[in-house]
Design a binder for this molecule. Structure first.
Ligand code: DHB
Ligand code: FE
Length: 284
């Protein structure tokens, strides 16, 4: 049977992708940020998954305001890299895993989560920047990816509690898939940032680090945090952090297994307008 081997959490700042694509990672502004992912790239090579289930948000790229699914699962063979206004990033297209994705859709929908099934979806920086941070600049991505898009752009976003419960359902689904696949689940977006309005530029280091502490040690309690706390403490775009709870909800301890091992933890300010947080948790 398939199983979830680890979860990875990371911010997805678009300027990070641009810095990589333009060869600027060694510049003084960017070097400390990329240094924090050196361990992660080696860790991924040492712990290569068969599939990554990548929870991210689309930024009005694949879905306009005409159609806003709360949760959308990619069941396609392949995903093109989106043109976000400056041409598509020069990174490989993303190969999907239709069999596992369809299985998860079937299981999770029967488990009472109403997913939108997507068979054609360009993927934006929300998905490609985490891949770049974890994989570097390969000719092809190291494994298939199942994109899972969450609406955190247009009110109302799903609650943290629902995201955490959904993670549990995804874990149950993966464990029923009849092939011995090692699946990683990645939760992306965050940390504190606000891109518009009077509080644009807001960063809250203390709150961010406490969020990571609680994500590790007391995720079920953290999942009860109301939206207003994210927005007040971490800015309007800090709400992206509810996506980390989907990945955390899929870890073994939540279903009564052993506590995860913290393989890596990193926090850095600034990256563009955003605080960057990163965590790797391994199931034993
Ligand atoms: C920035 C951060 C984001 O999460 C995003 O989606 C777009 C821009 C920024 O820091 O500029
Ligand atoms: Fe974003």
């Amino acid at each position: 049977m398939a199983s979830i081997s680890a979860s990875v959490y990371t911010s997805h700042v678009p300027a990070i992708g641009v810095a990589m694509d333009l060869g600027k990672t060694a510049e003084p502004y960017w070097q400390p940020l990329f240094a924090g992912y050196e361990y992660s790239k080696q860790w991924l090579r040492d712990n290569e998954p068969d599939v990554v289930f990548l929870v991210y948000n689309d930024h009005a790229t694949a879905f306009s305001l005409d159609l806003i699914p709360t949760f959308a699962i990619g069941c396609a063979e392949k995903y093109l890299v989106a043109d976000e206004g400056w041409g598509p990033r020069p990174v490989p297209d993303v190969v999907g895993h239709p069999e596992l994705a369809s299985h998860i859709a079937q299981s999770v929908i029967q488990d009472d989560f109403d997913l939108t099934i997507v068979n054609n979806m360009p993927v934006d920086h929300g998905l490609t920047v985490p891949l770049s941070l974890m994989c570097g600049q390969p000719q092809v991505w190291p494994c298939p990816v199942i994109p899972f898009a969450v609406n955190v752009v247009q009110y109302p976003a799903p609650s943290g509690r629902r995201c955490f419960e959904l993670g549990k359902a995804i874990c149950r689904a993966v464990e029923k898939f009849d092939e011995p696949l090692r699946v990683q689940i990645w939760g992306t977006g965050g940390m504190s940032h606000q891109l518009q309005g009077a509080r644009a530029g807001l960063i809250n280091r203390e709150w961010d680090n406490r969020f990571i502490d609680r994500l590790i040690a007391e995720p079920a309690e953290l999942a009860r945090l109301p939206h207003i706390d994210y927005v007040r403490e971490a800015g309007s775009e800090g709400i992206e952090l509810v996506m980390w709870l989907i990945a955390r909800g899929a870890m073994a301890d939540v279903a009564g297994g052993a506590a995860p091992k913290v393989a890596h933890r990193f926090y850095h300010v600034p990256a563009s307008n955003t605080a960057v947080g990163h965590l790797i948790l391994e199931n034993s």
